[in-house]
Each structure stands twice: as C-alpha cells, then as structure tokens.
Design a protein around this ligand. Structure first.
Ligand code: HEC
Length: 157
C-alpha cells in the first residue's frame, strides 16, 4: 500500500514536471514571437508597500467603474452612466489630493497629469451622457481607457 502511494506520487511529480516543461517551452516560443524577453523599463513608483496595496485596490475599483459605466450605456440608462462617471471617477478635490500626494511622494509630476487626464475625461463622458449623447459618451469611454493605459505604460510598482 505504502509502496503504491510512493509510486503514485512519483508519477504525480513526473507528470507535474512534464507539464511544466511543456508550458515553459510554449512560453519561450510565445516570447520569441513577441521579439524575445525585454526588460521592464517603466519608471518605478517608490512608494511604501502599504500605499501600493491601497493604490492597486483603488485601481481595481476604477476598473469596476469602467464596467459599470459600460453596462449603463449598454442599457441606455444615460442618467445612471452620467452619475457613475461623475461620482466614481470625476475630478474633485479628493482625487486631486490623492493624485498630488503620489506625485509629491515619488517626485513624479506626470503622475498627477495622467491622473487628471483620466478624471477630466470621466467628467466629459458624464456631461455627454447627461446631455443624452450616447455615441459621444462611448467615444469618451474609449478615450478614458486609453488614458488609464497611458499611465500604466509609464509607471509601475
Ligand atoms: C496616474 C497613473 C494611473 C492611472 C491614470 C491609472 N492607473 Fe491603474 N495603475 C497604476 C499603477 C502605478 C499600477 C500598479 C502597476 C504595478 O503593479 O506595477 C496600476 C494598476 C492597475 C490595475 C492592476 C491592479 C492590481 O490588482 O494589480 C488595474 C486593474 C488598473 N490599474 C486599472 C486602471 C483603470 C481602469 C484606470 C483608468 C480608469 C487606471 N488604472 C488609471 C497607475 C495608474
């Protein structure tokens, strides 16, 4: 019995090892197709670990907000889309303080610039939705997402 268990776990290790080898070579092939491994040359935001955790939590909330805005626009509930965009992503004093604090702590002025671009686009989106212009609001939603990514392309934790 004991021997059988040992044999079984040996097979398990063997299988696990093999599947890893396959994944690894597939991963290697995929990376080579993308032009080979590259260094992550984005600017590191030097923040305390606890702030990074908090910031990433806020980021996941932002992604949820983007989903909620999309759903409201899809349901043609423009009043709701306008309210979500303004209340959860709009530019206000609290957002300004938060973005500015990160800029000050890291010495990266652009953090505030990129942050402001996102929040102000959310305000534009909100105004278009409130005015009943869903097409314009969708265009601004696309611009908003590109603005999110502009910061991700520049900075990392
Ligand atoms: C001013 C800069 C900036 C802007 C603007 C920004 N982000 Fe981020 N975001 C970051 C940084 C920095 C990280 C952490 C990256 C890392 O882990 O290296 C991040 C990470 C994330 C993550 C990953 C969170 C996790 O759990 O790891 C998500 C999701 C995200 N952002 C969504 C968004 C969305 C959606 C928007 C726009 C509505 C947005 N971000 C706008 C800077 C920004």
């Amino acid at each position: 019995m004991k021997r059988a268990i040992i044999a079984l776990s040996a097979i398990g290790i063997f299988i696990a090892g093999t599947s890893f080898a396959v994944d690894h070579s597939q991963m290697h092939e995929m990376m080579m197709k993308k032009g080979g491994p590259k260094p992550d040359d984005r600017i590191e935001l030097k923040l305390p670990e606890t702030m990074k955790v908090m910031q990433k939590g806020m980021m996941r909330q932002h992604l949820n907000t983007v989903s909620d805005i999309t759903a409201a626009l899809a349901a043609n509930d423009l009043t709701k889309a306008a309210a979500i965009a303004k209340d959860n992503l709009g530019w206000n004093q609290a957002e300004e303080q938060r973005c500015n604090m990160v800029s000050e702590m890291t010495g990266e002025k652009d953090f505030l610039t990129y942050g402001m671009a996102v929040h102000k686009t959310a305000d534009e989106l909100s105004a278009s939705a409130a005015a009943g212009n869903r097409d314009k609001a969708l265009e601004q939603l696309s611009k908003l997402i590109k603005n999110c990514n502009a910061c991700h392309e520049k900075f990392r934790h």
